[in-house]
Design a protein around this ligand. Sequence first.
Ligand SMILES: [Zn+2]
Length: 345
Amino acid sequence: MDIKNLELRKAYQKFLDDYSQVNQNLSESFLTELWRKYLGKNGVLTVVFRRQMSTLPKQEKKDFGIEFNLLKDFVQSLIQTKKEDLIGIEQKDYNSKVLVEFKVPEFKIGHFHPLTQTIRDINNIFRSLGYSIVDGPEIETDEYCFQRMNLPLDHPARDLQDSIYISEPDILLRTQTSSIEAHVLEDFKPPMKIVMPGRVYRNEKVNKSNHFTFHQYQMTTVQEKVSMAELFSIINYLFKTYLGEDTVVRFRCKYYPEVEPGLGPDIQCFNCKERGCALCKGRGWIEMGGAGIRHPNVLRMAGIDPEKWQGYAFGLGLDRLAMAKHGITDIRTLLSGSLVYKPKA
Ligand SMILES: [Zn+2]
């Protein structure tokens, strides 16, 4: 910049010296100080202006004024440009430090809990067989939980399960979904085909394969004639449809007071394929529940004439079905809140 006025030229040189430091010291305060030093009330340029305007001869004032304004604009624009650079740098810095931390990592779509999905899938299988779905209370009376299932107060089978009582000896958390069935048999008129998924409670130690709260899937059928062959085929159909055609199922004779005869379906352990593991307690098979032909006493207590109607029923471990389906080897995982197990589509 070509400046004729000596004072202005000195101020200009001084400014250029200071400005050469700007990149090393780039900050809001440095730029503000620079502005104040040259353009402030007692700034270098302001003082020169004041002095020159009072001492210069009148005819030189105009040229001085033009030079002064040019220099003032020059200084202002350099400082302003650096301010804008600074804002850009700070913004970039802010973006990389702060905004990145708040960036949504990955959009996740939720999914049903494996148990909910299992209930829905099995409901669909039974809907296709003409069954209705019914729910019932989780807090139950001794009568509907035990007595209606042919377990009188002094029946030894009551020792098979330790229960969680709300008010002994009458009110408890249901220990089995058969309690829903006790209501269903009483409330509906035969013939009936009904399934009942639900949560049940027992006073059990929690470990890899047992939990104090778990789920069962109950089925009851009442019609004029029933057969074991029909019951076998329904259970087989359920396991093979839900778990796959290659699922190996076996039936064992079992005793349950609410059925006669009674049986228990097992599936080959999905974890060890019969070699034996912690999940199946070394047996190679997993017990899936109990089933059988309805005991006439149960029908009679519900007001159904056993001479006219027959029935069969099962209560299956729903958690074990979900575990087999999704390859879950620890029942505690189901209620732990882990998002690891995503139901297969
Ligand atoms: Zn096993």
